[in-house]
Design a protein around this ligand. Structure first.
Ligand SMILES: Cc1cc2nc3c(=O)[nH]c(=O)nc-3n(C[C@H](O)[C@H](O)[C@H](O)COP(=O)(O)OP(=O)(O)OC[C@H]3O[C@@H](n4cnc5c(N)ncnc54)[C@H](O)[C@@H]3O)c2cc1C
Length: 449
C-alpha cells in the first residue's frame, strides 16, 4: 500500500504527525462548529519552509488546508477538513526581537498573546490588543482574526498594532508586507488585507507588532450596577461622549454575573439589570474612575465601587468559560455604533421575552460589541430555536447600522450571514481576491469569504 503522505513525510520528518491523539488535539477550535471530519495529518511547523512544504504538497494533491494557532477561535475557522491537512503554528513561538527604541516586537506567529505582553512589560512597554483569551490565543491567530478584546476602546483592534507581516502564500512564495516606520503608504495596504483574512489568503509566519509605553501610576478598576440593561447602555453612551476615557469598559447582564458567580465565586454583587466594569489608567486614574462612576450614577447606577485590584476584570474574563460551562455555547458577536447600544440591549431583552428564553449578554460595551448567548438544551429543536434567536439579534444589529461580527470573524459559523451585510459586489470582490491568491482553493476553502 502506498503512503499518501510519503512525499510530505520525506520533507518534514517528525514535524508531520498522523497519530489519532494529535489529529484529535488539533482537529478543532473553541467554537460550537463541529468539524466535518478528521484530517489526514497535522504539520507541526517550525519554520516558514515547513509551511511552504505543506502548502506545496497540498496544492499538488488538491488537499484542503486548515490553519491553526491556539485553537481558541469562536467561528470554526481552524477546524480540520475531512482528509485535509492541519498546519499548526504553535511550535513557532519565539519572540525574535524587542526593539525598545522603536517600540516594536518581531515575533513568530505561535507566540501566546499574554507571553508577548509579559515580555514587553520587562522593558516598560506593553502589547495593547487584549482578547479575553490572551493566555491561550496566539499572535498569528489574533492577526488572522483581527482580534479585539477588552482594551479596544483605548487602543483599537489588532490591526492598529501590526506593522509588518511575513506570509507564505498558497503557491509557496513568501510575501513580506509593511514597514517598521510609523507611516508607510507604498502600494496597496497588503498588511491590512491579511489582517482578518482568517487563514484564507496565506499563512502568517512572522509579524512585527507595535508596542506602547506602560502608562504611569496605578490603574483603577471600577464597577457600577444598574436596574436595567438599557440604563447601563445609556451610561456607556454618556461615558463614550465624555472627556474622561476609560481604557476598558465592559458590560455584563445580571444572568452572566450570576453564571460567573456560580462557577467562579468571587463575591460579585449580582445587579438587577446589568453591571458595567472597567479600568482607568495613567497618573490620573483615580480621578478618571471617579468621573466615570459619576456619569454612571447620573445614568441611574444604584451602586458602585472603585478598586486598586484587578479582580473585577478577572470576573469579566471568566464570563466566556462560565457561560460555556453552563452550556451557553450558542452566542453571537454583533457590533453596533455605540450610540445605538441602549436600543440594541432593549431589543435583545425583547427577543428573549418573545421566545420565553434567557439570554446572557456580555459586551465590550465601549466598542458597542455584544456577545449574547442563548440558553438552550442539547436537542436539534433547541439548537434551531437558539439559532433563530441569534439570527434575530444579528438582523437587529444590522438594522441599527451594525455588523454581524465585531471581532470573532466569520469562519464557518457565520458564513450564511455574509450576504446579510455584504453586497453582491462586495462578495464578488472578496472572491476575486481569494482566487487571485489561492486559485486552487486549498486554504480554508468555504470559510470566511
Ligand atoms: C475564553 C475566550 C475568550 C475570547 N475572547 C476574545 C476577545 O475578547 N476578543 C476576540 O477578538 N476574540 C476572543 N476570543 C476568540 C479567539 O480567542 C480569537 O479569535 C483569537 O484571535 C484566536 O486566536 P488563536 O491563536 O486561538 O487562533 P485559532 O483559533 O487557531 O485560529 C483562528 C483563525 O485564524 C486562522 N489562523 C490562525 N493562525 C494563523 C496564521 N498564523 N496564519 C493565518 N491564519 C491563521 C485560523 O485558520 C482561523 O481561521 C475568545 C475565545 C475564547 C475561547
Amino acid at each position: 500500500v502506498t503512503d499518501p503522505l510519503a512525499a510530505l513525510r520525506a520533507e518534514l520528518g517528525p514535524r508531520l504527525a498522523a497519530d489519532p491523539e494529535t489529529l484529535h488535539r488539533y482537529g478543532r477550535d473553541s467554537s460550537r462548529a463541529e468539524p466535518e471530519g478528521e484530517a489526514i495529518a497535522v504539520v507541526l511547523a517550525e519554520s516558514a519552509a515547513d509551511v511552504g512544504a505543506a502548502l506545496g504538497w497540498a496544492a499538488r494533491t488538491g488537499t484542503p488546508v486548515s490553519v491553526r494557532g491556539g485553537g481558541t477561535g469562536l467561528a470554526g475557522g481552524a477546524n480540520a477538513y475531512p482528509g485535509g491537512l492541519v498546519v499548526s503554528l504553535d511550535r513557532m513561538n519565539r519572540i525574535l526581537e524587542i526593539d525598545v527604541e522603536n517600540r516594536l516586537a518581531r515575533v513568530e506567529p505561535g507566540v501566546v498573546t499574554a507571553d508577548l505582553d509579559a515580555a514587553a512589560r520587562e522593558h516598560g512597554l506593553f502589547y495593547a490588543p487584549d482578547p479575553a483569551s490572551a493566555a491561550t490565543s496566539t499572535i498569528g491567530g489574533n492577526i488572522a482574526t483581527n482580534a479585539g478584546g477588552l482594551r479596544c476602546i483605548a487602543h483599537g483592534v489588532t490591526r492598529e498594532a501590526v506593522a509588518e507581516l511575513e506570509v507564505v502564500l498558497p503557491d509557496g512564495r513568501v510575501l513580506e508586507t509593511g514597514r517598521r516606520t510609523v507611516k508607510d503608504v507604498v502600494g496597496y495596504d497588503l498588511t491590512g488585507l491579511f489582517v482578518g483574512s482568517e487563514g484564507t489568503l496565506g499563512v502568517i509566519t512572522a509579524a512585527t507588532v507595535r508596542l506602547k509605553p506602560i502608562p504611569p501610576g496605578e490603574p483603577r478598576t471600577f464597577r457600577a450596577g444598574f436596574d436595567s440593561l438599557e440604563a447601563a447602555g445609556a451610561a456607556v453612551i454618556a461615558i463614550a461622549l465624555g472627556a474622561d476615557r476609560p481604557e476598558i469598559l465592559e458590560l455584563m447582564d445580571a444572568f452572566s454575573v450570576e453564571m460567573v458567580e456560580s462557577f467562579f465565586p468571587s463575591g460579585l454583587a449580582v445587579p438587577r439589570g446589568a453591571m458595567l466594569v472597567g479600568q482607568a489608567v495613567g497618573s490620573d486614574a483615580q480621578r478618571i474612575a471617579e468621573a466615570i462612576v459619576e456619569r454612571c450614577v447620573e445614568a441611574g447606577a444604584t451602586d458602585s465601587e472603585i478598586s486598586t485590584t484587578s479582580s473585577l476584570l478577572e470576573a469579566r474574563r471568566l464570563a466566556n468559560p462560565a457561560l460555556t460551562a453552563r452550556g451557553l455555547r450558542l452566542s453571537c458577536d454583533v457590533g453596533v455604533p455605540v450610540a445605538a447600544l441602549a436600543t440594541m440591549l432593549r431589543g435583545v431583552e425583547a427577543i428573549a421575552a418573545r421566545h420565553g428564553r434567557r439570554i446572557a449578554t456580555v459586551a465590550h460595551a465601549g466598542d458597542g460589541n455584544l456577545h449574547s448567548a442563548v440558553e438552550a438544551g442539547d436537542s436539534p429543536v433547541e439548537t434551531a430555536i437558539a439559532e433563530e434567536m441569534l439570527d434575530e439579534i444579528t438582523r437587529l444589529a444590522l438594522e441599527l447600522g451594525g455588523t454581524i461580527s465585531g471581532e470573532h470573524g466569520i469562519g464557518s459559523t457565520k458564513h450564511h450571514e455574509l450576504p446579510w451585510q455584504l453586497s453582491a459586489t462586495s462578495i464578488d470582490v472578496h472572491r476575486r481576491i481569494k482566487e487571485a491568491l489561492d486559485p486552487g482553493g486549498i486554504l480554508s476553502p468555504g470559510r470566511a469569504v
